[in-house]
Design a protein around this ligand. Structure first.
Ligand code: NAI
Length: 271
């Protein structure tokens, strides 16, 4: 089955993790993929393996994002799906101690980049009168306390900008959506956790489903949102979080596990 046949995707941060999984899936489903990243060695390797092209891109620079869109159009003639995915953790620690320079650098990678991607891919898609823009938020984009402050603010920003841009761009046939992953086992999380085994175990332990979330599962959600099956979905942030935000404070706790069936209260209306 080729669910992205002859379509063109541009994926930022595609040298690793979620972006790499998305690039591989879009290519496997028949698409042409532009791999954009600051990591030239790894990005070029991924592009070669999937028969795509690599374009060195620093997503924090508007001129680089504009050039990425222009080069993609020159190579493939159109952009059907722009994936604003590149990221890192950024400033970690108390809000009371956060240097403004750490704050700005975090917003530049995680939020300014999404604005540039929507703006420049959106201009190309306006000409085409079609296109899908997907940005990567996070469970930290819909709740507090699940990530560092600057990261949480940026990821909430992605959700808001997705809604706002969708409300304008629908008139041009452009859909704008986001995905909000839970803890996903990628090199980013492996670095934070101190290794792949620890990352797999940690991700499984916080998942109400009991298994670790993998980048391929985020990519699958992206493919759905990019497809015609999602033709009337826009302005939406799709949580792919194993149920973590739904369970809220109970996620991973004993509240959900091992409880026998009983009624707690004065009356249950029976007998
Ligand atoms: P990763 O570290 O495996 O991959 C991130 C990629 O982005 C790398 O290839 C890196 O070189 C690239 N990148 C970083 N800064 C860049 C820049 N200025 N310009 C161009 N490329 C740049 O990370 P992962 O986990 O795949 O993260 C991808 C996205 O998913 C990020 O936006 C992250 O915040 C988000 N996310 C990740 C979660 C996780 O648990 N792994 C959970 C929720 C969201």
């Amino acid at each position: 089955m080729a669910r992205f046949k002859n379509r063109v995707a541009v994926v930022t941060g595609a040298a690793s993790g979620i972006g790499e999984a998305a690039a591989r899936l879009f290519a496997a489903e028949g698409g042409n993929v532009v791999v954009a990243d600051v990591n030239s060695a790894r990005g070029a390797q991924v592009a070669e393996e999937i028969g795509g092209v690599f374009i060195h891109t620093d997503v924090t620079r508007e001129e680089a994002m504009e050039a990425l869109v222009a080069a993609s159009l020159e190579r493939y003639g159109r952009i059907d799906c722009m994936v604003n995915n590149a990221g890192m953790v950024g400033a970690v620690g108390s809000i009371l101690d956060t240097p403004a320079s750490y704050w700005r650098a975090t917003q530049a990678v995680l939020f300014d980049s999404v604005f540039y991607g929507i703006k420049h891919a959106g201009r190309a898609m306006r000409e085409q009168k079609s296109g899908v823009i997907l940005s990567v938020s996070s469970i930290a984009g819909v709740m507090g306390g699940l990530g560092p402050h600057a990261y949480t603010a940026a990821k909430h920003g992605v959700v808001g900008l997705t809604r706002s841009a969708a409300s304008e761009l629908s008139r041009h046939g452009i859909r704008v959506n986001a995905v909000a992953p839970g803890t996903t086992v990628t090199p980013l999380i492996e670095e934070v956790r101190g290794g792949r085994e620890q990352a797999l175990a940690g991700a499984a332990s916080v998942s109400p489903l009991g298994t670790a979330l993998l980048p391929e599962e985020i990519a699958a959600a992206m493919l759905f949102l990019a497809s015609d099956a999602a033709a009337h979905i826009t302005g939406h942030t799709l949580l792919v979080d194993s149920g973590v935000t739904g369970a809220g404070a109970a996620s991973g706790s004993s509240v959900l596990k091992g409880q026998s069936m009983r009624f707690v209260g004065a009356s249950h209306g029976e007998g």
